[in-house]
Design a protein around this ligand. Structure first.
Ligand code: ATP
Ligand code: MG
Length: 414
């Protein structure tokens, strides 16, 4: 059997009718980008759904896997299309049932008829197709309450579409339909998931990573790039800024009382992130923090950390449980990478007993004893920007011309 089309349904997209055209353009572009390696298809984008026409089914598994990850897609179905003709529809139902000959199954016919010009109504069509199946397939029985599978029949102006499955997409909005946020990316499990959650809501996410060589290894940085590569999959390219944090971090550890170094480190990270975000026209910062997950992620701690910036700090995982975060990490392919052993700077410098309820007054007092402004400027000057896609990690400036060329489709990112 050969599917003729895949129907893609937008879900949440329909809510924002004002921006719909813009969204559909982005979604189509994102899908084409994800299908770059596939041949023999073309996309027809309509207001209420999308048809992916398939000349052949060579890439069907890859296409279905890829659609599951693209934000803005609510559900999709591989379908067979018949002409506006009952006999032709029956033939296609026969094709579909080839996979249902290996046992006794209960089925149900579910007809929809948006094409009101079609001569038979829904009940008649249910009866016609139901009888056809019962007469020709003795192993199949009708059970409308508890079927093993549903034969969906949709009568539209373009033809009669026949399919069994509604496959769930990731939902949300197409990536890059909303503005930019700068996400603090560590090598842990949480921040890549946070990046993904924002991407699903249409936010364009740039990443910022703090490394502290020689305390952190080259492998730790490679791990960040591998995570970014996974996160680039749905949109093609992501920007990653890497800041050298060694000098500032070692000064913090020297000068701030040990139970407050964690809070202070986070504050300096956010201060630097704030400056880079403004340079990059990002409207918000984002982290992978989740309430109460570790001692440092309390409201008191967030209160102390947030004080250094007046940008919104997005925390998409704030109220999520770790098991659910891990589940998403597994689905998006970051879990295994995050579990690699190479430690990042926070882990290495973790104090024995970080303050779980730090006091803002105290931390401000500790930090006021010294002038850190030069060290902060040095950090910002050390920032190197990379463009990361599934195939390569390129330094942005060194290959500026080439990068611009390679990514001309994504000029919004540059
Ligand atoms: P993660 O799994 O994302 O590392 P975590 O539960 O281990 O989170 P922390 O290590 O306390 O929590 O980090 C909290 C947040 O601070 C991270 O989610 C991330 O956004 C940011 N962060 C921590 N370390 C770094 C780093 N080296 N570079 C950039 N951001 C970082
Ligand atoms: Mg961490």
């Amino acid at each position: 059997m050969q599917y003729s089309h895949i129907i893609v349904r937008y879900g949440e997209l329909t809510l924002k009718s004002g921006n719909r055209n813009e969204f559909l353009k982005k979604l189509t572009k994102n899908i084409k980008l994800n299908f770059k390696e596939f041949k023999g298809y073309h996309i027809q984008t309509k207001r209420d759904r999308m048809y992916i026409h398939l000349d052949k089914n060579d890439y069907i598994d890859e296409i279905l896997t890829s659609l599951k990850r693209i934000p803005g897609i609510h559900t999709f179905s591989p379908v067979l299309r018949a002409g506006l003709d009952i006999e032709d529809a029956k033939k296609n139902i026969d094709l579909l049932l080839h996979t249902k000959l290996d046992g006794n199954y209960k089925f149900k016919i579910q007809t929809k008829r948006p094409n009101k010009n079609f001569p038979n109504n829904t009940n008649e069509l249910n009866n016609i197709f139901g009888s056809h199946v019962l007469v020709n397939y003795p192993n199949l029985k009708v059970d409308v309450k508890n079927p093993d599978f549903v034969i969906n029949v949709e009568v539209r102006s373009e033809g009669i579409f026949i399919f069994t499955d509604f496959i769930k997409g990731v939902g949300g909005f197409p990536v890059n339909t909303s503005s930019k946020a700068l996400l603090l990316l560590s090598g842990g499990i949480d921040s890549p998931v946070a990046a993904h959650m924002l991407q699903v809501k249409g936010v364009e996410v740039e990443m910022l990573h703090f490394q502290s060589p020689p305390f952190t290894s080259k492998e730790a940085l490679d791990k960040i790039f591998s995570l970014a590569q996974e996160l680039s999959k749905v949109i093609g390219t992501v920007k990653v800024h890497v800041v050298n944090f060694t000098k500032l971090q070692t000064e913090i550890v020297k000068r701030i009382p040990s139970n407050y170094t964690m809070t202070s480190t986070r504050r300096f990270m956010l201060k630097i992130a704030d400056k880079i975000a403004r340079k990059e026209d990002c409207l918000a910062l984002a982290t992978g923090e989740s309430l109460g997950q570790v001692a440092s992620q309390t409201l008191e701690s967030m209160n102390c950390i947030n004080e250094v910036t007046n940008m919104p700090v997005l925390r998409p995982l704030l109220t999520m449980d770790k098991v659910d975060i891990i589940k998403i990490a597994e689905e998006i392919g970051t879990y295994e990478i995050s579990n690699l052993p190479f430690e990042d700077c926070c882990t290495i410098f973790t104090p024995k007993a970080p303050k779980t309820r730090p006091k803002l007054k105290k931390i401000i007092g500790y930090e006021a004893r010294d002038d850190y402004s030069e060290l902060i400027e040095e950090c910002i000057a050390s920032a190197q920007t990379y463009l990361v896609n599934t195939k390569a990690v390129n330094l942005f400036e060194e290959n500026r011309e080439k990068n611009l060329q390679d990514n001309e489709d994504f000029s919004g990112l540059l």
